[in-house]
Design a protein around this ligand. Structure first.
Ligand code: ATP
Ligand code: MG
Length: 343
């Protein structure tokens, strides 16, 4: 009897409930007696789904203007009642949810292989390297490849690009679109761009991103931040402000992680490197390391280091991944974007 019931749980049902869980609109909480005005306040703060409510602490919700502690209690209670996937799920169920996960091609077969198929959704992928190693070029290439259908039923979608260094060039997307036989204007139209001026502004933009992802549910597939640390480096200086910086950084990364899971998008961030002043004395093999410390190291699901190779070639190496071996791939930077390595 038990066995039959288990066998009856069809894959389709699981798929559907997993989909539902991703996009349970916060307006559903009206059925639980939460008024529309309060829900609007949550949306303004970038919390648009029931999962979004669950992903924020009571303390964080209390900080939203016009939301009292009593209201927070009610909202949390209502969300817990309505949530499709709160608490424990079976590993089978979880694997179905993971099946929604997709990969975005980088434009180079070896690099895709290194990444296990491409840049993964519901996760943060970080590339770091010295200047001119291709971090921004890779970001531009992904703006285009994200829009193309890919492996395992991936249908393609729109991109959000947060630029902290003023190095995004829309015209750079044109030859990349040509290479993949896509219409240039259509490609540019599908990339939503914002320039961030301070680390606080960068955080605020994430609220808009969440609203946008919610508004056009399932349409956006990639969020790029090029680069994640640049503004933090400027806004916080010296040892004295380091703790503060890391705390703000942790909040931002936690927000990015949640957005990636809540809306099933890939998050791609670039990072800079610094010469480690202690390295020369400690005989470290690799004296250059990414900035951001342990906070960033732990937040990134996959970390890739880039270094210069011969000519236009660049070498990518996996640093940190829960399910990928440490290995290398070589790619080249071309006018058509990131491509297979040149000999
Ligand atoms: P930074 O740390 O300064 O931001 P980065 O890692 O983002 O550096 P990119 O700007 O992505 O570096 O890469 C610069 C490299 O890309 C340069 O070597 C440049 O020659 C190459 N490049 C830029 N545009 C083109 C193009 N249209 N065709 C071929 N190569 C290009
Ligand atoms: Mg750059």
């Amino acid at each position: 009897m038990m066995q039959k019931q288990l066998a009856d749980t069809s894959t389709d049902d699981l798929d559907e409930s997993a989909e539902e869980a991703t996009f349970q609109d916060i307006d559903m909480l009206q059925d639980q007696g939460i008024n529309a005005a309060d829900l609007k306040k949550l949306k303004t703060a970038g919390i648009c789904t029931i999962k979004g409510v669950q992903m924020h602490t009571k303390k964080a919700l209390c900080n939203i203007k016009g939301i009292s502690e009593a209201k927070v209690e009610k909202i949390k209670e209502a969300a817990a009642k309505m949530a499709v996937d709160s608490g424990f799920v079976s590993a089978l169920n979880f694997s179905m949810k993971r099946k929604q996960c997709f990969r975005i091609s980088c434009g180079c077969a070896d690099l895709d292989k290194l990444l296990g198929g491409g840049v993964e959704s519901m996760a943060i992928t970080e590339v770091f390297g010295e200047f001119r190693t291709g971090k921004t070029q890779l970001s531009h290439t992904l703006c285009v490849t994200t829009q193309m259908p890919g492996a395992m039923g991936y249908t393609g979608g729109k991109v959000v690009y947060i630029d902290t260094e003023n190095t995004f060039r829309p015209d750079r997307l044109r030859p990349i679109a040509d290479r993949f036989n896509l219409d240039q204007s259509a490609v540019l139209d599908n990339v939503l761009y914002a320039r961030a001026y301070t680390s606080e502004h960068q955080m605020e933009l994430l609220d808009h991103v969440a609203s946008k992802f919610h508004e056009e549910a399932g349409i956006f597939k990639l969020l790029i931040v090029d680069s994640i640390m640049a503004l933090f480096r400027v806004d916080f200086s010296g040892r004295g402000e380091l703790a503060d910086r890391q705390q703000k950084l942790a909040q931002m990364l936690s927000r990015l992680q949640k957005i990636s899971e809540e809306y099933n998008v890939a998050v791609f961030v670039t990072n800079q490197m610094t010469a480690d002043p202690g390295a020369a004395m400690s005989f470290q093999a690799d004296p250059k390391k990414p900035i951001g410390g342990h906070i960033l190291a732990h937040a990134s699901t996959t970390r890739i280091s880039l270094r210069k190779g011969r000519g236009e070639n660049r070498v990518a190496k996996i640093y940190d991944s829960p399910d990928m071996p440490e290995s290398e791939a070589t790619f080249s930077i071309t006018n058509g974007g990131i491509a297979d390595a040149k000999e």
